[in-house]
Design a binder for this molecule. Sequence first.
Ligand SMILES: Nc1nc2c(ncn2[C@@H]2O[C@H](COP(=O)(O)OP(=O)(O)O[C@H]3O[C@H](CO)[C@@H](O)[C@H](O)[C@@H]3O)[C@@H](O)[C@H]2O)c(=O)[nH]1
Ligand SMILES: [Mg+2]
Length: 259
Amino acid sequence: MVDFSVIVPAYHEHDNIRPLTTRLFAALDEPKNTELIFVDDNSRDGSVEEVEKLKAEGYNVEIIVRTKERGLSSAVVRGFTDANGQYLVCMDADLQHPPERVPAFFHALKANAFVLGTRYSPEVAMDKDWPFFRRVISAGARMLARPLTTVSDPMSGFFGIQKDYFLKANNVNAQGFKIALDLLIKAQIAPSSIAEVPFSFGVRTVGESKLTGKVMLYYVDQLKELYLYKFGAVTCVLVLMLLAVLAVLALVYLASLVV
Ligand SMILES: Nc1nc2c(ncn2[C@@H]2O[C@H](COP(=O)(O)OP(=O)(O)O[C@H]3O[C@H](CO)[C@@H](O)[C@H](O)[C@@H]3O)[C@@H](O)[C@H]2O)c(=O)[nH]1
Ligand SMILES: [Mg+2]
């Protein structure tokens, strides 16, 4: 019986599939009760054949190949929906999320509805090779999510959720990359049911990041939707009006200094 599912969105990740699978199963406390599911968007790079080989070697690994859909978040939703386990963990394929941390996620998930992998903890370090511009973008994106949640790393793509809570989430925004943030808000998870697991964010060594300008625009759109969802249209409009008044007052004050 499968209790634990690891879901990995994957696009052109052939070279990472074997090391991820072998490292993950070597690290697990309960490998016999765990399944690994890659959700691939028709990469046609040998990923399917690699997974078949790993299966033949005895690993409990599957690959779902989507031909009509694209995107990280929607791949995660598909994987979570198809998963057999009660405890679900999502991680990237490119080994930036260390597979050796997955047991800590499952351990914490037994007592918490949601477990977030965090890169912002005194115990861990962001890989110093992570590009400066990515750090700046990440810091800005984190700041914009602050009013929505108190978690330390709302941009994280390494997280876990109990299946029952995943099923509770309505109208999940499956565009872009920020599926953890969407589920945190829409699965109505109480702050006391959220645990955080620190991890060191590595640097991708094989393949390329798929984070594009379009993905960033999806995030802005998602934020707008989450603000409306959480605070309602009236509050959002009042806050925007207040900010506009404050901006005008600041401009008037600055103009009075110049004149
Ligand atoms: N199926 C599928 N998988 C995808 C797609 N786009 C990306 N992926 C998979 O999603 C994972 C993350 O993609 P990367 O392209 O490596 O993303 P990143 O720039 O490293 O961003 C990661 O770190 C961010 C933190 O700054 C996270 O916010 C983000 O969610 C992700 O985990 C990889 O396994 C990649 O193959 C897609 O369209 N379809
Ligand atoms: Mg990556």
